[in-house]
Design a binder for this molecule. Structure first.
Ligand code: NCD
Ligand code: ZN
Length: 379
C-alpha cells in the first residue's frame, strides 16, 4: 500500500502564547545556534554511509546508540565505530559523534570508567533485555548492576534508559509508565546522584515524572512522538512506517509531550531516535520498530514549535538544554532554516547491511514541509 503523506502542519493544540511577531510578515529565515542530537541510531556498514550525512549536515554532535550487532560493549569497539562514523561523514561538516556503551549483565565498571577517562564514552545505554531492536544482550535485572550504577554515579557518566518493561503480561501501551513505577523510581532512590536521561518519552506520566524529579533526571523527545499518536499506525490500514518503540500513545500523551518540549523547561531536550530500517524489514510479517527522521528532523521540530506559537523556544530545546545537562559547551556555529515549501521524498535510496540496494522511507514521506534547512556547505 502506498504511504499517504502525514499532514505537514499539525493543528495548534494548546493555549500557548503566539509568536512575539504574530501578525507581522512571517520571517523568511530563522537562524539557530547549531543543535545536537542526543539520541540517534547511525547503524553500520552501507546503511551508515547512507544515513550519517543526514544527521551531520544539521547536528554538530550526536549521542550515537550502541545497539549494533554485536553491540558496542568495549572501549576498543567504540573507538573503531567512531572512526567508521567519521569516515562516513562528508568533510567540512564539523560533526562529532559522541559514543555510548551498551550495558549488559556482565559489563565491567572499570571498562566504563576507562572509556570515560580516555574521552571515548559520553554515556551508557541501558536496554532492558529484549525491549527493542538488538537488545537481546541488554540488562535482565537492574539489581545486578548496582556496581555499575555506583561507578556511574561517582564518575558522573550519564545513564541513558530505554524505559519500558518487557513483561509480556503488561499491555504494550503501559510499558513505559510501569517501568517508571517499578524500576526508574526505585533506581533513582537507590542512586540519588546518578545522572539519568529517560530516552524518547511517550507518555504524560513520563513527562510528569521527569518534571517532578531532581535536576539529575532529564528526558529526550523525538519529532515523531510530537507529531503522531497511535492512530497513525492504523490509518486506513497497517502502516509500519509509524511503528517505533516505545510505541506512539493516545492523543492526550502527544499533547503532554508537545507541552513539555515547548515549555522551556531545561529537563527536556532534542533526541530524534532516528532509527532507519530497510523498507523490506519494516514492511514484513514481523516488521522492525524504528522511524527514520534524520533528513528532516529539525524542520519537523520547528513545525511543532511554530504551531504552538513557541518558535522562540526551539533553540533552547535543540541547542542548549542538552549540552548543559551533559556538561558540554554550547556550539558556536549556527544553522539556518529557510521558509520555503518543499516535498519530502517518498523514498531514499540506500544499501542494506549486505550491500544490496534498498530504500528507506523518511518520516513525513511525501508531505510538503514549510521549512528547509539551508545547505551547510553552500558558499
Ligand atoms: C530502535 C532501533 O531500531 O534501533 N528502534 C526504535 O523503534 N526506536 C531501537 C530503540 O531505540 O528502541
Ligand atoms: Zn533509539
Amino acid at each position: 500500500m502506498a504511504v499517504a503523506p502525514f499532514p505537514a502542519e499539525p493543528a495548534r493544540t494548546n493555549g500557548a502564547l503566539p509568536d512575539a511577531n504574530a501578525g507581522a510578515e512571517p520571517a523568511r529565515t530563522i537562524s539557530l545556534r547549531r543543535p545536537d542530537d542526543w539520541h540517534v541510531h547511525l547503524r553500520d556498514g552501507p546503511l551508515l554511509q547512507a544515513v550519517a550525512p543526514a544527521t551531520a549536515r544539521c547536528f554538530a554532535r550526536a549521542i550515537v546508540m550502541p545497539n549494533l550487532s554485536p553491540p558496542i560493549t568495549t572501549v576498543a569497539a567504540a573507538v573503531a565505530y567512531r572512526e567508521r562514523i567519521r569516515a562516513a561523514v562528508p568533510d567540512g561538516l564539523g560533526f562529532t559523534p559522541l559514543m555510548t556503551a551498551y550495558l549488559t549483565d556482565t559489563i565491567a565498571p572499570a571498562e566504563l570508567e576507562r572509556g570515560q577517562a580516555e574521552g571515548v564514552f559520553s554515556a551508557c545505554k541501558l536496554y532492558p533485555a529484549n525491549a527493542t531492536t538488538n537488545s537481546a544482550a541488554g540488562v535482565s535485572d537492574l539489581a545486578r548492576l548496582s556496581a555499575v550504577f555506583e561507578t556511574l554515579e561517582r564518575i558522573g557518566l550519564p545513564l541513558l534508559i530505554h524505559g519500558e518493561v518487557t513483561d509480556s503480561e503488561i499491555d504494550i501501551f503501559d510499558r513505559e509508565a510501569v517501568f517508571i513505577e517499578r524500576h526508574l523510581e526505585p533506581l533513582l532512590r537507590r542512586h540519588p546522584g546518578l545522572k539519568v536521561v529517560l530516552e524518547h518519552i511517550t507518555t504524560a506520566e513520563a513527562a510528569d515524572f521527569v518534571r517532578s524529579a531532581g535536576a539529575n533526571l532529564a528526558a529526550t523527545i523525538t519529532p515523531h512522538h510530537l507529531h503522531i499518536n497511535r492512530n497513525a499506525m492504523f490509518r486506513g490500514g497497517l502502516r509500519p512506517d509509524f511503528y517505533c518503540l516505545p510505541v506512539a500513545k493516545r492523543e492526550r500523551h502527544r499533547l503532554a509531550l508537545v507541552a513539555a518540549a515547548t515549555s522551556g523547561n531545561p529537563k527536556f531536550f532534542l533526541g530524534t531516535d532516528s532509527a532507519p530500517h530497510p523498507r523490506q524489514a519494516k514492511e514484513a510479517a514481523c516488521g522492525c520498530a524504528g522511524i527514520y527522521n534524520a533528513p528532516f528532523a529539525i524542520e519537523s521540530y520547528a513545525m511543532v514549535f511554530k504551531a504552538e506559537g513557541q518558535l522562540g523556544r526551539l533553540e533552547a530545546f535543540a541547542s542548549e538544554h542538552g549540552p548543559r545537562f551533559y556538561g558540554l559547551p554550547l556550539n558556536g556555529d549556527s544553522i539556518t532554516l529557510v521558509r520555503e515549501a518543499h516535498t519530502v521524498p517518498p523514498r531514499i535510496h540506500a544499501n542494506d547491511a549486505a550491500g544490496v540496494a534498498t530504500t528507506l522511507v523518511p518520516f513525513h514521506a511525501g508531505a510538503v514541509l514549510p521549512w528547509r534547512l539551508a545547505d551547510p556547505l553552500a558558499p
